[in-house]
Ligand binder design. Structure first.
Ligand SMILES: C[S@@+](CC[C@H](N)C(=O)[O-])C[C@H]1O[C@@H](n2cnc3c(N)ncnc32)[C@H](O)[C@@H]1O
Length: 296
């Protein structure tokens, strides 16, 4: 299949492949400690394989990997819809932000301005920066009180030491190298300032977690299309080493498990609910860091 403009890769699979993968993952997680709990999963694999050409196993899923620009361009109008990652993140990140005195705040890779708007409502003089024009358009409409700027995480258009607080939410999974980005986030913080970073957990990216873009416009005849932007699985040591090398002190790290909302909305949940729970339950879903820049 030939990718189109803004697309990196197009391919397809049958839903049954996903069901077998989830059941296999559930079985693998118990293979030594509780092998008998995995036995029903083996029966499910047999059932799916025996009826592979029947509904729902035969549903065709066309996967379309987008580059960052076209992915977020098409996601921007619906980005603020229900999202289990955001629902898991805000109860951790909001208290961190709300504990800080107001001042000058930057939301780096702000997207549609979720944290920028919250920071402004808390009383911060707030700047939001993102590289995607469509996401920024939505942000400007939602939060006219925020100074939104076009810019990249690798070269933030703000002076050295000018920010009391910097947030960077759910975006580092899209950068190739964390080192230069942490250096840039640290550069714009004043000594004594605070950085709060959230990201999808690398474990969830290893198990296929992506930024999936809702697409109801074009449905292939026998199934549906799944456009997505890939998430990189940066190892935890990369976050730690990048922050430390940028001169930041790590004050807190929080790992949030797959929440109920992510389990019930898993595409296999209607067919293999126990397998979904056994496969993903208890795995880390979200990673949050709170760092400070030591006062000189
Ligand atoms: C999943 S959205 C997160 C948006 C917002 N921070 C939030 O948490 O709701 C990821 C955002 O990161 C932006 N982004 C990714 N890489 C970037 C980069 N290198 N420089 C600037 N923005 C970037 C994308 O344009 C997109 O708006």
């Amino acid at each position: 299949m030939v990718p189109r403009m803004g697309e990196l890769h197009r391919d397809e699979f049958r839903a049954g492949q996903y069901f077998v993968g989830v059941a296999g993952m559930a079985m693998m997680r118990r293979i030594l400690a509780r092998p008998s709990e995995g036995r029903p999963r083996l029966d499910e694999v047999r059932r799916v394989m025996a009826g592979f050409d029947q509904f729902p196993n035969d549903i065709l899923v066309e996967v379309v990997e987008h580059d960052l620009e076209s992915g977020y361009e098409s996601w921007a109008p619906s980005y603020d819809g229900p999202n289990p990652l955001i629902e898991a993140e805000e109860p951790v990140v909001h208290p961190m932000l709300e504990a800080l005195p107001t001042g000058r705040a930057l939301d780096a890779a702000c997207g549609t301005g979720r944290h920028a708007g919250h920071l402004a409502a808390l009383g911060h003089e707030t700047i939001g920066i993102d590289a995607n024009a469509a996401m920024l358009r939505v942000a400007r409409d939602r939060f006219p009180e925020v100074d939104f700027r076009d810019g990249r995480l690798e070269a933030l258009p703000v002076p050295d030491g000018s920010m009391d607080l910097v947030t960077c939410a759910l975006a580092l999974c899209h950068v190739t190298d964390l080192g230069p980005v942490f250096a840039e986030l640290a550069r714009v913080l004043r000594p004594g300032g605070v950085l709060v970073v959230s990201d999808p957990h690398p474990t969830s990216a290893h198990f296929g977690g992506v930024a999936s873009v809702p697409d109801r416009s074009q449905v292939p005849a026998e199934g549906f299309r799944l456009p997505f932007v890939a998430n990189r699985a940066h190892p935890v040591h990369d976050y730690v080493n990048s922050a430390v090398r940028a001169g930041l002190r790590i004050e807190e790290c929080v790992e949030v498990e797959f929440p109920e909302a992510a389990l019930v909305t898993n595409p296999a949940a209607a067919v293999l609910p126990d397998a979904v729970r056994q496969a993903f339950g208890g795995l880390p879903f979200l990673l949050v860091w709170r760092c400070s820049k030591p006062a000189r």
